[in-house]
Write a protein that binds this ligand. Structure first.
Ligand SMILES: [Zn+2]
Length: 258
């Protein structure tokens, strides 16, 4: 086809043959410029769109503070060896659906899977585009103690932990909580609860030790009516099912009063 033939007939058509899709009508968009197989082009377009969508979600995970290599962590592949773990994954699912109502999630106990659940919850909510902050208690406390070195004002630090729609604090029992840190954390939790923003925490310790670590007021604030405290204990006889009310919380912490 000559350039003359192109004039007045903007798009010409040639017979093409794709190795994979067979014969096709090849569009000539300019002299010497022939489009390839439309089925192949569509495949490339879809791959690029899927890649961009994956990259968008991966970026949201990174923005949320999730470590790399959590692609395979989800609620569907949580291994439930004991009854408490089945209860915990059910609670995590419920939390994903209702965190906007300011519900909090507290996971405690020595059984494995708390980090898995927190990461899965963070991924679910971050993937929807919500602002989520996931971090270990050690990093939270580090950020708070840096206030003392004048790097950021205390209000700026508090703002950074009060701002996200969901704050996730893992490994709460692995750090040394001083009175000062306990007070700062209470201010964060107070502000978040007042604003109706959800928080999820996990500690390998039992509830009594968790209370010693973060302070009773903070734990009570997190565990207001309607929130869930899930214990993951290998020893089923110790606590068992999720505790749901403040009255139960009191009994749990003060068994002698029963
Ligand atoms: Zn093709």
């Amino acid at each position: 086809m000559s350039a003359g033939e192109m004039v007045g007939k903007r798009v010409a058509v040639e017979d093409g043959l794709c190795e994979r899709h067979g014969p096709f009508a090849s569009r000539v968009i300019a002299p010497g410029v022939v489009l390839g197989c439309p089925a192949c082009l569509e495949e490339v377009r879809r791959e690029q769109a899927a890649f961009a969508a994956r990259a968008r979600v991966e970026n949201r995970y990174l923005d949320a503070g999730l470590p790399l290599g959590v692609q395979d962590v989800g609620l569907d592949n949580f291994k439930c060896a004991v009854r408490e773990q089945r209860a915990a994954v059910a609670h995590a699912r419920g939390f994903v659906e209702c965190y906007r109502a300011g519900r909090n999630l507290i996971l405690s106990g020595p059984a494995e899977g708390k980090t898995h659940l927190l990461v899965a919850v963070t991924k679910h909510i971050a993937a929807r585009g919500a602002m989520v902050r996931y971090l270990n208690a050690a990093d939270l406390l580090m950020a708070m103690t840096e206030v003392g070195y004048g790097r950021q004002s205390e209000s700026a630090v508090l703002h950074c932990f009060v701002g996200p729609s969901l704050l996730v604090v893992d490994h709460v029992g692995d750090v040394h909580w001083t009175r000062y840190l306990r007070t700062l954390f209470l201010r964060v939790i107070d502000a978040r609860c007042s604003a109706g923003l959800a928080t999820a925490i996990a500690s390998h310790t039992d509830v009594a030790r968790l209370q010693d670590d973060i302070g009773e007021r903070t734990l009570r604030r997190l565990w207001a009516h309607g929130n869930e405290l899930v214990t993951l204990n290998q020893k089923i006889h110790r606590s068992g099912t999720a505790l749901r009310s403040t009255a139960e919380f009191d009994r749990y912490l003060n068994p002698s009063k029963e």
